[in-house]
Design a protein around this ligand. Structure first.
Ligand code: SDX
Length: 431
């Protein structure tokens, strides 16, 4: 394939085809193959979508080589330091940092949507107490379409906006109630006099028997963790939400599909798997054994929290998370947290090993997050629900962008068929 400024020439079976090349505001050019099958009668082949742009978007840009993550052009480290989660939600949803009055109005809107329909609490009672909170979140979020039917008409921009606000606002309540149900403690209702992160912490950790004071260190750390997980381009769960939405399914069902995909240990489930790995390693003297296992092709073990499809340099979120882990544990007086010591030594030894250097494997967002969350009092089973809570704004923003795109059509990939060709049925007596 050769290319000029804005076309690429592909030769297939001796015939040449001109394909348009589109240039982005940042990142690689794309070769537009939409007409390829019609013109050349061939498909492209890209399992795992390693070289495929599934859409165009203006929300988040990642430069994997530089280790850069921009939300509407603003770098994640500046947003994590200077902004806060609901302002980042506004930025992702509407494209610009809000003026003070717009931010206040947005925060009031979200705050006033944090309660769930009272009937929804009975959904929780159908689960076993030891159900994984992600199983509960998938079920309860999918059921929201039965309770908030007045914001399921995706052709109505106002209903799309109300559904977006409801999902962002109610996810902390849904996640906190999943945790409370797991512990056997009573549900705690949200409070309108608390900020988003403080409300979530109080719904998780307060009990009716005593007053609960939100620790400002924890709420700031919680808010920063929400921001670091908010959106990440066309990752697996966001692509799931986009594909589900392309059929016209209601937003609650589509976000439930995203939650289900995020649960996998190769994706959002890695934060839980990483902490469990650090627990299993236990001490720094066992690190070489696990690094050897991670390099052994015959051993399915991988270093959880390491590697990334896009980042071939440090995940910028991991850098912020590592700083935050030091700060939070220090401020909480958690001296010499063994898992943090193992994590830091594991990172150091892995990054000195040629295997990881050659394959450009670095810590990702999930490597340090679990250490902070555990120090804050969360069980490992709540790590991925917190990721899902944070990523809801990313899913919703990408969903809104796609639904509003006039080019939007149902996603329907093709395949490389390697099965049997046409053959006649054989009666059972002749088999
Ligand atoms: C998230 O996409 C996103 O943006 C996701 C995310 C988001 O915000 O939405 O960033 C969140 O999901 C972060 C990733 C969390 N997952 C983990 O930490 C699980 C451990 N890491 C991996 O399994 C893996 O690195 C992936 C899934 C993250 C990326 O997989 P790829 O891009 O498909 O890479 P690959 O599996 O083809 O691996 C390339 C090579 C392989 O070796 P070879 O076959 O080339 O010899 O690197 C090796 C892999 O065996 N490798 C690892 C490894 N990750 C990749 N070896 C040891 N330990 C690892 N963690």
């Amino acid at each position: 394939m050769t290319d000029s400024k804005n076309t690429a020439t592909l030769t297939v079976h001796g015939k040449e085809y001109e394909l348009p090349v589109h240039s982005p505001t940042a990142g690689p050019d794309v070769v537009d193959i939409r007409k390829l099958y019609g013109q050349a009668g061939v498909f492209t082949y890209d399992p795992g979508f390693t070289s495929t742009a599934s859409c165009d978007s203006t929300i988040t840009y990642i430069d994997g080589e530089k280790g850069e993550l921009l939300h509407r052009g603003y770098p994640i480290d500046q947003l994590a330091e200077k902004s806060h989660f609901l302002e980042v939600c506004y930025l992702l949803l509407y494209g610009e940092l809000p003026a003070a009055k717009d931010l206040e109005q947005f925060e009031t809107t979200i705050t006033r949507h944090t309660m769930l329909h009272e009937q929804m609490q009975y959904f929780y009672r159908g689960f076993r107490r030891d159900a994984h909170p992600m199983a509960i979140m998938v079920g309860v979020v999918g059921a929201m379409s039965a309770f908030y039917h007045d914001s399921t008409d995706i052709s109505d921009p106002r209903q799309r906006e109300v559904a977006s606000h409801r999902l962002i606002a109610k996810m902390p309540t849904i996640a906190a109630w999943a945790y409370k149900y797991h512990t056997g403690q009573p549900f705690v209702y949200p409070r309108n006099d608390l900020d988003y992160a403080s409300n979530f912490l109080r719904m998780c950790f307060s009990v009716p028997a005593e007053e609960y004071e939100v620790n400002p260190i924890l709420s700031r750390a919680m808010d920063r963790i929400f921001t670091l997980h908010a959106d990440h381009e066309q990752n697996a769960s966001t692509s799931t939400v986009r594909l589900a939405s392309s059929s016209g399914a209601n937003p609650f069902a589509c976000i439930a599909a995203g939650i289900a995909c995020l649960w996998g240990p190769a994706h959002g489930g890695a934060n839980q798997a990483c902490l469990e790995m650090l627990e299993e390693i236990g001490s720094v003297d066992r690190i070489p054994e696990y690094i050897a296992r991670a390099k052994d092709k015959n051993d399915p073990f991988r270093l959880m929290g390491f590697g990334h499809r896009v980042y071939k340099n440090f995940d910028p979120r991991a850098k912020v998370m590592k700083q935050s882990a030091d700060e939070v544990l220090d401020l909480l007086g958690v001296e010499n947290n063994p898992k943090l010591q193992v994590a830091k030594e594991l990172e150091k030894e892995a990054l000195q090993d040629p295997y990881f250097a050659e394959k450009k494997l670095f810590p990702n967002v999930d490597f340090y997050s679990g250490i902070i969350l555990e120090a804050m009092g969360f069980p490992t089973s709540m790590f991925t629900p917190i990721f899902a809570l944070s990523r809801t704004v990313g899913w919703v923003s990408q969903w809104k962008e796609m639904i509003a795109d006039p080019q939007n059509k149902i996603g329907r990939p093709r395949q490389l068929y390697l099965g049997e060709t046409l053959r006649d049925y054989v009666d059972i007596e002749n088999r």
